[in-house]
Design a protein around this ligand. Structure first.
Ligand SMILES: [Zn+2]
Length: 179
């Protein structure tokens, strides 16, 4: 009789193969980060790390999250519990994701990605704040899209969104390296 290697439940018809063995549907939802990554190449330590991280995160949200700071609708912070929430509105996450919670210490990197090109007029192609979270073996990359499509760099939106981007980065840098 086959068992899920993570929760040890009896496996049904729907099961998923990893390097370490078979995983049930419920655990797959967790370790695939809500079906955003495949697990075929994950080994036992990686699966275990993901599983613990995801189950820990589930118990964190949302009743324990108290907003102490926020930057518009882009990030919410809970300084008491040292948690960062990405609301992941599809408009600025560029993907269908549920709100996500990360511990401050998981934030390893944040930087501005901006592409401009010179043609007849100066055009900014996009403004994106990239975030990299790491917890043990798992690295997760997230993006906050502030300007999704080309705009004139003389426009007010450009100036406003660039300011927000720098505000985000200042806050993120402060979280990543607590004084
Ligand atoms: Zn399972």
């Amino acid at each position: 009789m086959k068992q899920c290697i993570l929760c040890h439940c009896r496996l049904g018809l729907v099961k998923f193969k990893s390097r370490a063995g078979w995983v049930c549907k419920q655990c797959y939802a967790l370790v695939s980060l809500n079906y955003t990554q495949t697990i075929t190449n994950l080994d036992w330590p990686q699966l275990q790390a993901l599983y613990h991280q995801q189950t820990a995160r589930q118990t964190l949200e949302p009743q324990e999250f108290v907003i102490t700071r926020r930057i518009n609708q882009y990030i919410l912070l809970d300084d008491t519990h040292q948690l960062l929430c990405l609301p992941n509105n599809v408009k600025f996450s560029g993907a269908e994701l549920a709100p996500e919670y990360f511990q401050y210490h998981m934030l390893r990197q944040s930087y501005l990605e901006q592409q401009t090109r010179t043609q007849a007029s100066l055009v900014c192609k996009n403004i994106i704040v990239q975030l990299k979270f790491q917890d043990t073996a798992t690295v997760q990359q997230r993006a906050i899209v502030l300007v999704p499509k080309p705009i004139d760099i003389h426009s007010l939106i450009y100036a406003t969104q660039l300011k927000v981007a720098h505000q985000l980065l200042a806050t993120l840098h402060q979280i990543a390296t607590p004084s």
